[in-house]
Write a protein that binds this ligand. Structure first.
Ligand code: URA
Length: 265
């Protein structure tokens, strides 16, 4: 049925409302079969559990492919090219327009790892270039770190609707993140946000507890270890500015360690 003109205007207005609210994708993780009656909750739980088990071999295969590609990349440029051509991460097919690899100096002493690209990062092809990124840059400048960082994320494609990446998506991309660290061999690593801490440290501990504490990151291959500091995400600071002092304390601890005036807490 052709919608009445009034309905079209209302639909457009509603879509504009959702777009302005940040909703930029309208699909879910998996296709939804709406031709069937909704199954009872118990059956839904079984279906979900089965889907997780069935999805695992795919994740493992994709991760294995990522590991091979990462190992073969002998430079940051080669790694960026390998990531751009990789189709094993589910996020590469859910609305992202391009892969978003890294920015900064690959020879810098500080590696910063965020969660995943957002809308502006997807548009520009570089991490942390939106509002949260601008705040991060201001804090790095105040700490004297502007030219001493290389910035990447735990996943290389924008998750739909700007949600956090899932552990499965992070697991597929992890060999690339490990390779960034191995090629760079930074002196310290800053993990920005709970999802970054979870992916790199494999810890489910809350970011409020983890932040400000030095941890060790041992790469699974190559024998390299590096001190890492989890901190709060700048997007969180935009909502909770009073938490900036905690991130500031973390950045001061990081620079002190970097410049040799402090040992691990
Ligand atoms: N948030 C992140 O964690 N990473 C980005 O690149 C942008 C926003």
């Amino acid at each position: 049925m052709t919608p009445a003109p009034r309905d079209t205007a209302a639909t457009e207005s509603l879509l504009a409302f959702w777009r302005d609210a940040g909703v930029d994708a309208c699909f879910e993780e998996a296709a939804v079969d709406r031709t069937h009656v909704q199954p009872p909750p118990a059956l839904k739980a079984v279906v979900r559990a089965t889907a997780a088990v069935v999805a695992r071999p795919h994740t493992n295969e994709a991760r294995t492919e990522a590991r091979h590609l990462a190992a073969a990349a002998e430079s940051m440029e080669a790694l960026a090219t390998a990531i751009a051509g990789f189709e094993g991460c589910p996020l590469s097919g859910t609305g992202a327009t391009q892969s978003v690899f890294a920015r900064g100096d690959p020879a810098a002493p500080v590696l910063i790892i965020g969660e995943g690209p957002g809308t502006e990062e997807d548009a520009q092809g570089a991490p942390f270039v939106g509002q949260a990124g601008r705040l991060l840059d201001r804090m790095l400048a105040a700490a004297g770190l502007t030219d001493r960082v290389f910035i990447t994320n735990t996943v290389y494609w924008k998750p739909p609707g700007n949600r956090s990446p899932t552990p499965q998506e992070q697991a597929v991309c992890a060999p690339f993140v490990d390779r960034v660290c191995d090629l760079m061999r930074p002196k310290v690593v800053l993990l920005v946000g709970a999802a970054a801490a979870r992916s790199v440290l494999g810890s489910d501990e809350g970011i409020m507890r983890l932040r400000g504490q030095w941890k060790d990151w041992h790469l699974p291959e190559g024998g390299f270890s590096v001190p890492v500091m989890p901190t709060l995400h700048p997007a969180f600071l935009l909502r909770q500015p009073q938490a900036k002092r905690q991130v500031w304390a973390d950045l001061l601890a990081l620079t002190a360690r970097l410049d040799g005036s402090s040992s691990a807490a």
